[in-house]
Unconditional design. Structure first.
Length: 585
């Protein structure tokens, strides 16, 4: 229990640092100034009542305070003091408020940036196996909710120190009365424990339901076209509606619980105050006069308790998001890609795969792969669908790490390199063409500067990728997006981008599968010019594209069954021969 309170405190303390204590101290100051201002009621009360014997004792302290400041205790000086105190209190409250805004902004900024920093180095295998709805929800909506958690937590803490300050003041004024009120009011906390537990439970359910809903939204957007053309958009729409209803149902429950917690506090406390006042005056024969100032403090405390209650409920309703964030941060840390500092400056001799094994979960995808890819040679991977070609390429490109075995770039294991320096030397074109909603120039240069040199490089690769047919002159500033280009056009944008990059190693995984034969031939001719100058890895089902490869590797069920030239494979591997015959080559 205490451990949990401490855990939350530690979480925010780690993110906010000692500024948290500054914020809290400012609040104690606000409370003390408020108390001091309110204490001026004592001399005022004394001025209006003649039988304030007990008040006199306490007000003597104030009188002493005034005389030490060289002031006389009269209506004017008391009121002047009160006005000044409240003015200073206003100023400090403003400081505290502004300080809180600053803390919060920096907290949310840090959490967001930190989240994406962790995301950038996330291992790709974990990414492909993740629930995308959860990932998306975590880096967007959940971070905002964690910001809300921080805000409400801070406000709760601040309210708590204020309540404490008022209670101390009430105790100083009238210990017996204050003790009675505190004990009775404390008993009502059991009720709140119950409500809080319920709220927390709902908050966790809410995160799960939001993850699920976000996942559905992603699928809806990604598959919009298919859902429409298949006439199933309404069916999917019903699932979405169900998701929305579930999220809102949970929100409603949390809202109602908050409402209960918020509204019952005041009537209960007023009841307690009245009951204790009756007992104190009627049974214990106390004086109403002195009770009054304690009541003012209690009432102040009550107002703050209400704020605290409100904020704590808000906190509980988003606490699920906080736990989710901690969990996902832990997962991100556990699944980050290991990468070392050696800068890759280009391939000098070969890439070597030694006894590579790789699986997704229990499914073994690659089984003991040994392979040497000599520098500046073209190697093609062929084999049935699902045989592991793309997975093998992804391992070579450093997207995936083998379960066992080693990948060496020029005698050094791949993990000894700074992976981004290696990947910046790899051109990777896949069947899923990547197009960003931006200008054509930015799409191809990936936001490089628009210098004369880059522009002429851009124009060259536009031609090399056979884009001239859909790209007019002065096209660099044209806006494109995945939606306003045809499949083949998107693929050519992807090819142009990798040519612009001028990589050492060019990987083409079904890179020309969406193109007509004529366009493919143009690009193929351009790629052929690289042969002997770059290391090229090709995955292709259309076997005509691999005829010119130096080495063809035949993969089957995660094993290399044969490798050699196209002709050698035709002679020695009947399965390959059959594949070629089926394509009428
Ligand atoms: N993210 C993943 N999670 C689980 N299994 C996966 C994942 N990606 C691929 N696989 C499995 O790994 C195996 C090899 O897939 P891979 O994409 O490497 O085959 P491929 O030879 O390139 O196939 P194709 O010619 O159809 O593109 C397949 O059985 C596939 O189901």
């Amino acid at each position: 229990m205490m451990e949990k309170y401490f855990k939350n405190f530690l979480f925010f303390y780690k993110a906010i640092g000692n500024r948290l204590f500054v914020a809290l101290t400012l609040n104690v100051l606000v409370g003390i100034l408020d108390g001091l201002g309110l204490a001026m009621f004592l001399p005022l009360l004394q001025m209006v009542s003649d039988n304030g014997g007990e008040i006199e004792g306490k007000s003597a302290v104030i009188e002493g305070m005034f005389s030490s400041m060289g002031l006389e205790l009269n209506l004017f000086s008391v009121l002047l003091f009160m006005v000044s105190i409240f003015a200073v209190k206003g100023l400090i409250k403003f400081l505290s408020f502004s300080f809180q805004v600053i803390i919060l902004q920096s907290f949310i900024r840090t959490v967001r940036i930190d989240m994406f920093d962790k995301f950038h180095v996330l291992n790709y295998k974990y990414f492909t196996q993740s629930d995308f709805g959860r990932l998306q929800n975590s880096v967007t909506a959940e971070v905002s909710r964690v910001g809300q958690a921080c805000r409400s937590y801070l406000k709760t803490m601040e309210a708590l120190v204020l309540v404490m300050t008022y209670l101390v003041l009430a105790f100083i004024t009238n210990p017996q009365f204050s003790l009675l009120v505190t004990v009775v009011a404390g008993l009502t906390n059991f009720l709140y424990k119950f409500i809080n537990r319920k709220t927390k439970g709902q908050s966790r359910i809410l995160v799960k339901r939001n993850d699920f809903f976000q996942g559905m939204v992603l699928e809806y957007l990604n598959n919009f076209k298919y859902l429409k053309v298949s006439g199933k958009i309404q069916v999917f729409g019903e699932r979405l509606t169900k998701g929305i209803k579930q999220v809102e149902e949970t929100n409603k429950r949390i809202g109602i619980l908050n409402g209960i917690a918020l509204t019952i506090r005041e009537p209960i406390l007023i009841f307690v105050l009245s009951a204790v006042m009756l007992v104190q005056v009627e049974v214990l024969g106390g004086s109403l006069g002195l009770i009054l100032l304690s009541i003012v403090f209690f009432y102040r405390a009550l107002q703050v308790v209400l704020v605290m209650q409100n904020q704590y409920n808000v906190f509980l309703s988003v606490e699920g998001s906080l736990r989710n964030l901690e969990q996902i941060q832990r997962e991100f840390d556990d699944h980050h890609q290991d990468t070392a500092g050696r800068t890759f400056t280009g391939l000098r001799s070969f890439i070597r795969l030694d006894g590579i094994r790789f699986g997704f979960g229990d499914r073994i995808v690659l089984n003991n792969i040994d392979l040497i890819i000599p520098e500046n040679k073209t190697m093609a991977f062929v084999g049935p669908s699902g045989s592991g070609k793309t997975t093998l390429i992804n391992l070579i490109a450093g997207l995936l790490s083998p379960d066992s075995g080693q990948i060496l770039y020029d005698h050094k294991p791949i993990y000894e390199y700074d992976i981004s320096s290696l990947q910046s030397r790899i051109g990777y074109i896949t069947q899923e063409a990547v197009v960003f909603s931006d200008t054509l120039f930015n799409n191809i240069s990936l936001w490089d500067k628009m210098t004369d040199e880059n522009l002429s490089r851009y124009e060259r690769v536009v031609q090399d990728a056979a884009m001239d047919e859909f790209v007019e002159t002065d096209s660099a500033e044209n806006q494109v997006s995945g939606l306003n280009l045809s499949g083949g056009q998107r693929q050519r944008v992807s090819i142009a981008r990798e040519l612009f990059k001028e990589p050492d190693i060019l990987i083409m995984d079904e890179a020309t599968s969406s193109l007509d034969s004529a366009t493919e031939a143009v690009i193929q001719r351009r790629i052929n010019e690289f042969s002997g100058k770059k290391t090229i890895l090709i995955v292709a089902h259309r076997l005509s594209t691999v005829k010119k490869a130096d080495i063809v590797v035949y993969l089957n069920a995660g094993n290399i069954e044969a490798q050699g030239t196209y002709e050698e494979l035709m002679d020695t591997v009947p399965k390959f021969q059959k594949m070629v015959e089926l394509q009428n080559l």
